[in-house]
Design a binder for this molecule. Structure first.
Ligand code: APR
Length: 250
């Protein structure tokens, strides 16, 4: 797929923005070889649906199965690398006065690309937490007991992921809403925009007067004033957009 032409108005909006807010989804990591949630239901996992693995009920029913599913995803992420889309967003952070990165991804690739403080709305695969008292762990020992046990209270550890039917971390959601309300340019990248509450963020920003750009591979209906749609791979279009707005930064 060729790089689409980027509207001059969008380049100008990025060049002059005081606060850029960005929402990313699974599409941003697709070029790193990380399949979206549903696409990952292959091989050994083909007979399960996401609802059978990514819910609190599933974990209560079969904690071992759920832990092993996330362990397989973790393994995939460990061997993947951030792609040019992740790196362009990390570079952009240093080029605009204020920058907020909000992600629905749990793969940690924004951080590995150099983004300082992404707001992780759906948690992070590389963390676990105690299923009873909530203590968060960034390392643990995989041993005979699957899932491993909390070293403090002995309860099961669970992935530190927001499952279907669970609420988002309130502080992360508040920060994301605040950014949507106060930015003057909002970029929604690689997300189908169907899972709430993240899906509302672009509309909140647009209704408050921000310019809005949607970047994904879906078919989208026509856009309005201050609103741009780029049907393009993020790993291609983001470096092009950033260098068009900030040619000297290269
Ligand atoms: N570049 C840009 N966009 C892409 C690319 C790419 N290379 N590849 C795919 N896309 C787009 C698709 O066109 C689609 O719009 O990425 C989007 C992926 O959509 P989803 O798979 O629905 O992912 P996402 O929006 O992140 O899902 C939200 O739902 O599965 C749950 O909790 C999970 O965080 C996830 C949430």
């Amino acid at each position: 797929m060729d790089t689409p032409s980027i509207p001059n108005e969008l380049i100008e909006a990025l060049r002059t923005a005081r606060h850029v807010a960005v929402l990313t989804g699974a599409g941003v990591s697709a070029e790193s070889g990380i399949p979206t949630f549903r696409d990952a239901m292959t091989g050994l996992w083909a007979r399960y649906s996401p609802e059978e693995l990514a819910t609190p009920e599933a974990f209560r029913r079969n904690p071992r199965l759920v832990w092993e599913w996330y362990a397989s995803r973790r393994q995939m992420v460990t061997t993947a690398q951030p792609n040019p889309g992740h790196f362009a967003l990390a570079a952009l952070e240093a080029l605009v006065p204020q920058f907020t990165l909000i992600t629905q991804n749990v793969d940690g690739l924004h951080r590995r690309a150099g983004s300082a403080d992404p707001i992780e709305l759906h948690g992070n695969l590389m963390r676990a937490r105690c299923s009873v008292e909530g203590t968060v762990y960034t390392s643990w020992t995989e041993g005979e007991t699957v899932p491993p046990l909390c070293p403090v209270c002995g309860a099961l550890l669970r992935p530190d992921i927001v499952w279907f039917g669970e609420t988002l971390p309130p502080e992360a959601l508040a920060r994301a809403n605040e950014a949507a309300k106060s930015c003057d340019l909002f970029l929604s990248i690689g997300t189908s925009g169907v899972v709430e509450p993240a899906a509302s963020l672009p509309r909140i920003a647009y209704n408050r007067g921000a310019s809005l750009a949607l970047i994904n591979l879906d078919v989208t209906t026509s856009t309005g004033p201050r609103s741009y749609y780029l049907k393009a791979r993020s790993g291609v279009v983001l470096p092009a957009l950033v260098s068009a707005a900030f040619p000297k930064a290269g």
